[in-house]
Design a protein around this ligand. Structure first.
Ligand SMILES: [Zn+2]
Ligand SMILES: [Zn+2]
Length: 320
């Protein structure tokens, strides 16, 4: 059962509790769903973990609480020739034209114009090569966000609401090469200087710091009925991450080693938050950021090192 929870979900909590006081955000559905009803959740403050997501009414086990479209996503380099370059849906056909990317539908091709028209003006050989040889996926997400900002489809501050990872001097130094290569990708692109004025080293580092702890690793359950996801099937799929994506609302969920909610992807990067058990009104909704099958010490270590907090969930407090 724990295989379903096996994704590297990165932490998001408030960076500043003070500025968020009295700010209880009520969210309407991020994605168009079958029912126009707003999702039964609100974002509010928790006692100890900053921002959190709470149920506004009773939610039944197995219910889809809401869905969410990514703010920005990117296929992993190993999946680029097998998934839609926009929504990350797996492609059944391999019909790549002169370009090295493909789309699952004309709709996705149209939706992708907001970054793809800018991206194709640049030269990404060196940048992509850097990501490939270093095994980096998040700089690709930054590149796509930069293209979205240049086209005017996204604000340069889109991710500022998310909590950043704290970075060591060493990590920042490591990012400088990526920044240089990203910037030089646009050099001969005929994009006006003022359009890329936002693209500073500080912007790059700030964005990457947020992606590092807020990006979800997307594992599709494609071809499987979601309710039939056996742990065995999920384990096989778990090795097939198709890419990374950053969301707004899903990033507000806090962690629990015994969560009442999980996040799943059926056929593309659109995320679904699902109740794992009955949830009462005003109960906090939590997901598990790590492999819940690990033992107490392993979970504590990973959460502290990867996410920067000591887990005090009921399961951890009981020493289980
Ligand atoms: Zn698509
Ligand atoms: Zn815990």
């Amino acid at each position: 059962m724990s295989c379903l929870l096996r994704y590297s979900r990165w932490l998001s909590r408030f960076k500043s509790r003070q500025s968020q006081k009295n700010q209880l955000l009520a969210f309407s559905s991020e994605a168009a769903t079958e029912k126009p009803r707003p999702p039964p959740i609100r974002v509010g403050l928790t006692e100890s973990a900053g921002r959190g997501v709470f149920a506004t009414r009773r939610i039944g086990a197995g219910d889809v609480i809401h869905s969410a479209k990514p703010i920005v996503s990117h296929p992993s380099l190993s999946s680029i020739s097998t998934v839609c370059y926009f929504c990350l849906k797996k492609l059944n056909f391999v019909e790549f034209k002169s370009q090295s990317v493909a789309f699952c539908s004309s709709e996705c091709e149209l939706n992708a114009k907001v970054f793809y028209d800018v991206e194709t003006k640049g030269d990404w050989l060196a940048f992509d090569d850097y990501c490939r040889t270093q095994g980096l996926k998040y700089p690709l997400v930054v590149k796509r966000l930069a293209c979205l900002v240049i086209s005017g489809a996204a604000s340069a501050e889109s991710l500022d609401i998310l909590q950043p990872a704290s970075l060591s001097r060493e990590m920042i130094l490591e990012m400088e090469e990526g920044f240089g290569l990203l910037k030089s990708g646009f050099v001969n692109s005929n994009i006006a200087d003022e359009q890329i004025a936002f693209l500073t080293k500080q912007w790059y580092i700030n964005v990457l710091a947020r992606i590092r702890i807020n990006a979800f690793r997307i594992e599709l359950a494609v071809g499987l009925h979601e309710d039939l996801l056996s742990s065995a099937a999920a384990c096989i799929e778990a090795e097939a991450a198709v890419g990374s994506a950053v969301y707004m609302l899903p990033s507000f969920y806090n962690h629990d080693c015994d969560p009442n909610t999980h996040i799943i992807w059926i056929e593309n990067a659109d995320a679904r938050l699902k109740a794992l058990r009955d949830i009462e009104a005003d109960e906090e909704l939590r997901i598990c950021y790590i492999d819940a099958s690990m033992d107490h010490d392993a979970r504590q270590k990973i959460l502290l090192q990867g996410f920067g907090f000591k887990c005090n969930c009921l399961r951890c407090m009981s020493g289980e």
